[in-house]
Write a protein that binds this ligand. Sequence first.
Ligand code: NAP
Length: 259
Amino acid sequence: MDLGIKGKTAIVCASSKGLGRGCAEALAEAGVNLVLNARTEGPLLETAEHIRSTYGVTVTSVACDITTKEGREQVLAEAPSPDILVNNAGGPPPGMWSDWDESDFEAALQANMITPIMLIKAVLPGMIERKWGRVVNITSQSVKAPIPVLGLSNSARAGLTGYVAGTSRQVAEHGVNINNLLPGIHATDRAVALDGGVSKAQGISVEQARKNREATIPTRRYGTSAEFGATCAFLCSQHAGFIVGQNILHDGGGVNATL
Ligand code: NAP
């Protein structure tokens, strides 16, 4: 399927690895020029070069922390008025409700709520003026079905979800579509790290920890970044113009709900 977005420009945040990289690759395959971002320069440059040489699109990389004001300014300086924005950043640490104080909530809200909102606010005027734009926020299945140990994430992502629900409906008449893509368990570095944690806590091998987690998903396997990226690219395509303010699970059926 031709996604109809060849030649457009996208900012893909937190994209040297994992789900962000999956989104970047799928957009590049559709002919989209990219601004990539991550904090660590080495892997970011490698990813940028791989995408450039594989897909023949223009790729700029900005090594910075996207959750800071300075980081956002650096990324926006490379593409002040992109056609597509994919919001992403690392998730907050797990814990118990009693572990977190005010500064932990401030950090989580900054990373997973305020950062994407500020980036959306920065790119909307150009999208509205050109009568076309796509924003996809990578959030989590925990927005639909809370994961108790991820209280910081549950809180911050719920805030972003509320903002998107209203804002997406204010800008849809201008051809600008904002949606959230909710990953379940995917085979990224983060999933490997979580398997390692479970292995240590339960005294089982990392392989067994993975098998146990895979057994909780109806597909009986983890998702891939490529599958996730393809869904993201579709949401950024010409064909997704009637999809507004949705929260789309990409979880192998992991969230057990009828709606
Ligand atoms: P990942 O494999 O660990 O990749 C994270 C990417 O983001 C890396 O490129 C990393 O590079 C970059 N990054 C992290 N923090 C950043 C920051 N502050 N500024 C700029 N770049 C940053 O993670 P992932 O599995 O793709 O997860 C992506 C998001 O989806 C996270 O918010 C995660 O909580 C959420 N999620 C993931 C899953 C899953 O199963 N994978 C499930 C639910 C939700 P640097 O470290 O070099 O900055």
